[in-house]
Design a protein around this ligand. Structure first.
Ligand code: ADP
Ligand code: MG
Length: 746
């Protein structure tokens, strides 16, 4: 079972570690993952752990948790009642409780920042300009300046910094220390030392503590703002969900909330309206804008019998549709869930950041102590050495490092979703950029998968019509695209009754009509060799057609050839992939001649033909010896290969099994989205690496400045300012860099 919780109160990456540990210790939990950037916990567990127990495990550590709004839409919004029992301030309707929680939290943070700035800035001005030891002393000395500073610093220290105390307390309760603890220990030391100095006549540092707290808060506010933008893609998708539907009850039209639509309801959709849920058109025709779901910008013409997707826009005709999928089963709900799961999955590279973060607190304490000792040994005043150590403690928060991967991945997966490429996890973006071999399934992937009968060739003594009728009668029982083509061709004919039908995957079918038993399929399906029919069959195959044979015992009765057209964009896609440095292969259950002919049309040299479904995965394994493999397929028979490949790419038009198994789903069924997916993964990983560089860069820069390397040149007030600014900037620059990915052309 999987549960997603929305978490509030996390300040830094180390908070996420604390919660993860607590969740993992809870009975029944097999795995837990807390995403600091998304403020979400994804928990794998069995029946032994209920949602309430998981929430309790989080609240026990001191953070807030609630069922996640997006995955558990129904939990948050009981049918018909909106946010029952939740107190929603005016103006925030339409926000889910968990969004509301984060909203409240960010408002609180902003309030604390404002208060902090209102007191800290005057304190800084006084200390710099109106005290005789100030950096830019004006010559005018403010009477009682130290006391005024005490008054200004106190609300900053105890009101604005309140959350840091809370965080420290949580850490203490969990017998650990976190970034909050560093800030608290550091600023309290500066504050109380200054109070002591006030009475004994030493140097005071009130304004340093105050200004540092302000910087830390500023960094957090900017970070929260930017982080909430990284998830814009999902929010856009959620906002797409239609709110109302017009249901037909007999002759009456009734407007109801989309939540209340039941499977089987007949719904009326007027031009310009959104299709409320997934369904089938029962009357009317129209062109439909599906771009929001498939990324395909051209509207699609649809008529009676065609399926429609909820949230797409009906352009010009009035339609009646029968609801087939409602609530959390709709395509849109499914896509949203997919992306969320994806964003909750950690990319391996993120573990690197986590490892660094977990060593950080102890390392920073060691550096702070060393700083203190060094300055004392160099003969500086106790107060000076203390302040340098304090600065190290406060500046060192590696928040930016914790944000480096998740923000880039959120933007990357979100961007993918917008252009119709569903990527199921951060880990997948990471594996995709390493892919070297691309293995395509033929039918339904390179080709359209809706073949048509081109030739009906009787061999023995029977008419074309009779050959088609027997074949169609038997194929009627099969789901295979070839079978469907044959049945379509035989439309209008009276089909015969069959018995003893049996399908052999990758080979063909067999059944009896009356007393006669027939085999239909490829060479492997037959009990006989083809003899003089072979050259005829081969000639058709070399034209790229798939030929099935109808045989009765050892007698070959005839051939039926079907041709499947190559998708218009397949060739271009394969060319682009080659340009990206990929080796491209094709794999198919079809025979070698047909396979080679099709491969030739799209520019693939390496072909594996006659591969039985159960052997496709083995072929993938073989290729993996030579490098990372992406397998692209659409059918149930491709699923094992999709699973075996480093990256499984499924077509959106494919079977549900393929889409469940695939790591990436191409909603537009356009193979050109594969080079795009690769480009997107490369761009995202580049961002992750840049982010990590910047995060580490700012920290390695900030810590020595804080420790006092620049004191001899800048004086004691400027250094904390520079170090504080570097720290606030680090998170912001990382998140901004991730956001830039949104504007990159893929
Ligand atoms: P692919 O890998 O191209 O999707 P399959 O593994 O489904 O192909 O099928 C491989 C071959 O088996 C087909 O090309 C066809 O010759 C034969 N075959 C499979 N099912 C049928 C069927 N229902 N009727 C006739 N031939 C079939
Ligand atoms: Mg296929």
């Amino acid at each position: 079972m999987k549960t997603t919780l929305s978490i509030a109160g996390m300040h830094c990456a180390s908070c996420a570690n604390t919660i993860t540990k607590a969740l993992k210790k809870t009975k029944g939990v097999t795995d837990a993952n807390v995403n600091f950037a998304m403020k979400k916990a994804t928990i794998e567990h069995d029946d032994a752990a209920t949602e309430e127990q998981l929430i309790k495990a989080v609240t026990d550590t001191g953070y807030q948790a609630m069922p996640d709004a997006m995955t558990g839409m129904k939990h948050d919004m009981p049918r018909g009642t909106s946010h029952q029992g939740m107190q929603m301030p005016a103006g925030h309707e339409g926000m889910s409780p968990s969004e509301h929680l984060h909203h409240q939290e960010s408002e609180k943070l902003t309030r604390r920042l404002v208060v902090s700035a209102i007191f800290a800035i005057p304190a800084l001005i006084i200390a710099m300009l109106f005290m005789d030891d100030g950096l830019l002393f004006t010559g005018i000395e403010l009477p009682y300046a130290p006391w005024i500073l005490l008054l200004l610093a106190t609300p900053v220290q105890f009101y604005a910094a309140f959350d840091f105390y809370k965080g420290t307390w949580i850490a203490l309760k969990n017998k650990s220390a976190n970034m909050d603890s560093l800030i608290v220990v550091g600023t309290l030391a500066a504050y109380f030392y200054s109070v002591y100095a006030l009475f004994t006549g030493g140097q005071q540092y009130f304004e340093i503590a105050a200004i540092l707290i302000t910087f830390v808060l500023l960094g957090k506010v900017l970070e929260a703002r930017a982080t909430s933008k990284t998830n814009a893609a999902i929010r856009t998708l959620m906002e797409l969900a239609p709110k109302q539907a017009t249901v037909l009850r007999g002759k009456r039209e009734v407007k109801i909330s989309v939540d209340e639509v039941q499977q089987g309801d007949l719904l009326l959709v007027r031009p310009g309206e959104k299709i409320p849920v997934d369904g089938v058109i029962t009357s009317g025709e129209s062109s439909i804008d599906e771009s929001m779901v498939t990324g395909e910008s051209l509207p699609v013409d649809k008529k009676k019998g065609d399926t429609v997707i909820g949230a797409t826009i009906n352009k010009n005709g009035t339609l009646t549709i029968k609801a087939t999928k409602v609530g959390t089963d709709t395509t849109l709900a499914h896509i949203i869930r997919l992306i969320q799961d994806a964003q909750g999955r950690k990319a391996p590279i993120e573990r690197f950041a986590d490892t660094i973060s977990s060593f950080f607190v102890p390392a920073v304490i060691v550096i702070a102590v060393l700083t203190f000792i060094t300055w004392m040994l160099l003969g500086s005043a106790f107060s000076f050495a203390l302040i340098a150590a304090v600065l190290v403690l406060v500046i060192a928060c590696p928040c930016a490092l914790g944000l480096a991967t998740p923000t880039a991945i959120m933007v990357g997966t979100g961007k993918g979703a917008q252009i119709g490429i569903l990527i199921k996890g951060g880990d997948i973006l990471e594996t995709t950029h390493k892919v070297r071999h691309i293995l395509f399934d033929k039918t339904g992937t390179i080709t359209k998968g809706t073949p048509d009968v081109t030739d009906v060739v009787p061999i023995a003594d029977l008419t074309e019509k009779e050959l088609l009728r027997i074949t169609a009668s038997i194929e009627h029982a099969s789901e295979h695209p070839i079978a469907q083509a044959i049945v379509r061709k035989a439309k209008g004919m009276t089909l015969a009754k069959i018995s003893g039908f049996k399908a052999t995957s990758g080979k063909g079918v067999e059944a009896s009509i009356g007393k006669k038993h027939y085999h239909i399929g490829n060479r492997a399906q037959l009990n006989t060799t083809l003899g003089e029919v072979e050259p005829k069959m081969r000639a058709l195959e070399e034209q790229g057609k798939t030929v099935v044979v109808l045989a009765h015992g050892k007698t070959v009765l005839g051939l039926v050839a079907v041709a499947d057209t190559v998708k218009e964009t397949s060739r271009e896609a394969i060319e682009e992939l080659k340009k990206l440095g990929m080796t491209v292969h094709m794999i198919t259950g079809d025979n070698e001649h047909t396979a080679k002919a099709i491969a030739g049309q799209v520019g693939i040299e390496s072909v594996f033909a006659n591969v039985l479904p159960e052997h496709k995965a083995e072929k993938v394994k073989e290729l993996q010896q030579q490098g990372s493999v992406a397998m692209i397929g659409d059918g149930i028979n491709d699923a094992p290969a999709l699973a075996q490949a480093d990256v499984g790419i499924a077509m959106g038009s494919g079977t549900d099994v393929a889409m469940e198994t695939g790591d990436i789903v191409l909603m537009k069924n356009d193979l050109r989205d594969i080079p795009r997916a690769i480009a997107l993964s490369r761009a995202t990983m580049a961002k992750v690496k840049q982010n990590m560089f910047w995060a580490l860069f700012y920290n390695t820069l900030g810590i020595p400045i804080a420790a006092g390397v620049l004191y001899p040149f800048t004086g004691w007030l400027l250094s904390p300012l520079i170090a504080g600014a570097a720290m606030a900037l680090s998170s912001v620059s990382v998140v901004t860099n991730s956001l830039l990915l949104r504007y990159k052309k893929i």
